[in-house]
Design a protein around this ligand. Structure first.
Ligand SMILES: Nc1nc2c(ncn2[C@@H]2O[C@H](COP(=O)(O)OP(=O)(O)OP(=O)(O)O)[C@@H](O)[C@H]2O)c(=O)[nH]1
Length: 320
């Protein structure tokens, strides 16, 4: 991702000292990743619903400065996979981690570093291509100087324990703003020289649509697995950012169809007075919105394609 020759999205670097690249904040739930993202990004960005054309990754925020651009990438957490989708999501997370320039591990100062944190760092140690690693001690406002010192030493000891090297160990409070600006400087300083990437993409790439289709399918199957195990497919007909939205309130419109094989199945999927369809829509919308990091409007219809599983024309259309 850090080769400006192949990844530029058409933007221009402002002089030869211009740095740009991709940073991913990781850490256990509640570690303070979102709050820190918002603090770093402050007023200076368009909270990104958009992504640079060069990547399939979810952009969480963009910090643009005269001397560079830092693009914060979002990934879901790693979870014990129970389904193929779960495995693919984990693969996607690891792929993303291998491609960014810097991974910043958020370790809240008010909590002991535990097995979950070690597991995460171990996963980073085993990536096929390991980016620069930074440790961020978050929420420093919640602890005493003594406790913070202990926390920082513990973070440092992970190096020997897990076979990694921190390029920096950085204490910060997103709440008070303490050291946030300095963290931005440090992160930007670690990026390679590169182009100004610009977020002007419209979520058109195929893999993302497939992922969305699968999230919808999972939501549908949740309620009807026994009744209709294999009869449901999902087509994402259209996916685009809604025009004319304020920059800080983006909305992604998704038009999708659930495909069933028979008229009788249509009723099952829709449910009494459309209740099931509404529930599925709500569940899927939350999942998609979480994955893509942008609020979603989901328009879900049900279509009957007679015996689609045996019809090559339908199968092609459904991407099998
Ligand atoms: N005191 C204090 N609280 C903080 C700070 N940063 C975050 N918090 C609080 O910690 C909680 C979790 O913060 P988030 O930013 O949502 O954490 P997250 O890592 O994004 O959480 P997930 O989305 O669950 O992964 C929230 O209640 C924040 O207000 C900080 O610097 N100081």
């Amino acid at each position: 991702m850090n080769d400006p020759g192949t990844t530029g999205a058409g933007g221009t670097a402002e002089g030869k000292d211009y740095r740009s690249g991709f940073v991913c904040f990781v850490g256990r739930p509640n570690a303070g990743k979102s709050t820190l993202t918002n603090a770093l990004v402050g007023q200076k960005i368009a909270i990104a619903s958009d992504k640079p054309q060069t990547t399939r990754h979810v952009v969480r925020g963009i910090i643009s400065r005269p001397d560079g651009q830092l693009i914060l990438i979002d990934t879901p957490g790693l979870h014990k996979p129970r389904t193929l989708l779960g495995e693919r999501l984990n693969d996607l997370v690891r792929d993303t981690w291998s491609e960014v320039d810097v991974i910043a591990v958020c370790l809240p100062a008010n909590q002991r570093i535990g097995p979950g944190d070690s597991y995460l760092v171990e996963q980073l140690a085993h990536l096929r291509r390991r980016p620069t690693l930074v440790a961020i001690a978050t929420k420093t406002d919640l602890v005493s100087g003594e406790r913070l010192r202990e926390h920082l030493l513990k973070i440092q000891s992970l190096e020997a324990e897990l076979g990694i090297t921190w390029a920096h160990i950085f204490p910060v409070s997103a709440l008070t703003g303490d050291a946030v600006e300095a963290l931005g400087d440090v992160l930007l300083g670690m990026l390679p020289q590169g182009p100004m990437y610009y977020p002007d993409d419209e979520f058109t790439d195929e893999p993302e649509e497939q992922l969305v289709a699968e999230l919808i399918r999972e939501a549908v199957l949740e309620g009807v697995r026994d009744e209709l195990p294999h009869s449901i497919a999902v087509i994402v007909e259209e996916m685009s950012m809604r025009a004319d939205r304020p920059e800080d309130r983006p909305l992604l419109d998704i038009y999708a169809s659930m495909v069933v094989e028979r008229d009788s199945q249509k009723g099952i999927v829709i449910g009494h007075k459309g209740e099931r369809l509404r529930d599925v829509g709500t569940a899927a919308r939350h999942q998609i919105s979480h994955l893509l990091g942008v609020p979603v409007h989901l328009d879900l219809k049900v279509k009957v394609m007679k015996d689609w599983q045996r019809d090559p024309k339908y199968l092609n259309r459904l991407g099998f």
